[in-house]
Design a protein around this ligand. Structure first.
Ligand SMILES: Nc1ncnc2c1ncn2[C@@H]1O[C@H](COP(=O)(O)OP(=O)(O)OP(=O)(O)O)[C@@H](O)[C@H]1O
Ligand SMILES: [Mg+2]
Length: 321
């Protein structure tokens, strides 16, 4: 039997706001195998980042895992205290954020921060750690790493800062890398470079990855398995081929139809969804997508469809495509 590196089982994460409860993640399950890249897509507010923060033990104070398990190598992370989490975070599971500038300290040189991080996680001397830092900067494609080490974050472009962040994360050799919108603050050509870099590093190091991105094209290219989230639930999952070529769920269909096609024979009108994603304070009854669904019928507002598996994919819909 293959044991998954990470198994999310029926995860529920809620926030308390005044006397109200926000069900941000509402019972999701998925696996990440060794060497596998899993992607999460979905509109803003669907619970992608809250999923990542739940795994990392980084929920804000008003957030709480209320049900379910996060099994990493068989250990339930949802049971760990902050001290135990520090053994996992970084070393086992690395996290790359959207805004690399915010994660770097402006008053210390890049070299200072890298050497510090490396020494915190390995038994290297200062000069060994410096050599490691140079190697890491080289591996993420930063030219002239010796000079770069003496510079401050503001002397780096956004794209270079993100490379430094990736190098810092790799310094701890995590087995699982979680990248939440790792390229959102970068321009398009740099985005592609960073994603290719991540894909290569993943291959070289045998890491597993969880990528969250709004860029569906990127997801198609880099993921082995894709989860489509809507209002805290997974509504469809499958291989890029399942999701992009033969989407079953009307929500996935609408998301895919919004990708501009470069093939003139493939021009299709985007399916416009009615209105905005509802507030998680007022999750619609039945299928939570029914208020915006072009295929909805009476049953959809009354009964909640469950995920049903069909080969490599699963979807939760009574009237799929
Ligand atoms: N600290 C918080 N307090 C209350 N509600 C929160 C908090 N953080 C997130 N939420 C709510 O949880 C839901 C899921 O948020 P999340 O950040 O996971 O969305 P997302 O899918 O990452 O969206 P985006 O694509 O914009 O990053 C949203 O409705 C959000 O408003
Ligand atoms: Mg997010």
């Amino acid at each position: 039997m293959i044991q998954s590196l990470l198994t999310i089982d029926n995860l529920h994460t809620q926030f308390t706001v005044g006397n109200q409860t926000v069900k941000a993640v509402d019972g999701i399950s998925f696996d990440i195998q060794k060497n596998q890249t899993v992607g999460i897509v979905g509109e803003s507010g669907s619970g992608k980042s809250v999923t990542a923060l739940s795994i990392m033990g980084l929920l804000p104070h008003n957030g709480q895992i209320t049900q379910g398990q996060i099994l990493y190598k068989g250990q339930n992370l949802a049971d760990l205290n902050q001290k135990q989490y520090r053994q996992i975070r970084g070393k086992e599971i690395g996290l790359i954020f959207q805004n690399p500038m915010a994660a770097l300290n402006p008053v210390f040189t890049i070299g200072n921060q890298m050497i510090e991080t490396i020494r915190l996680h390995t038994k290297q001397t200062k000069s060994q750690a410096k050599d490691t830092a140079i190697q890491l900067l080289t591996s993420v494609g930063i030219p002239d790493p010796d000079t770069r080490l003496t510079q401050y974050p503001h002397e780096f472009s956004m794209g270079m800062c993100q490379r430094v962040m990736i190098a810092l994360t790799l310094a701890m050799s995590p087995e699982l890398l979680i990248a939440d919108e790792p390229t959102a603050s970068l321009d398009v050509t740099i985005q592609a470079q960073i994603l290719n870099l991540l894909a290569n590093l993943k291959k070289d190091r045998g890491m597993s990855m969880l990528i969250i991105s709004h860029d569906l094209g990127v997801m198609a290219q880099h993921c082995d398995h894709i989860l489509v989230m809507y209002l805290g639930k997974i509504v469809e999952s499958g291989t890029p081929n399942d999701i992009f070529k033969h989407p079953k769920h009307p929500y996935t269909h609408a998301l895919i139809s919004s990708i501009p096609s470069t093939d003139p024979d493939q021009k299709h009108a985007p399916i416009l969804l009615k209105g905005d994603i509802p507030s998680p304070l007022h999750i619609p009854s039945g299928c939570r997508f029914h208020t915006r669904c072009p295929k909805a019928q009476a049953k959809c507002s009354q009964v909640e469809p469950q995920l049903q598996t069909e080969g490599s994919r699963a979807f939760a819909c009574f009237y799929p495509y």
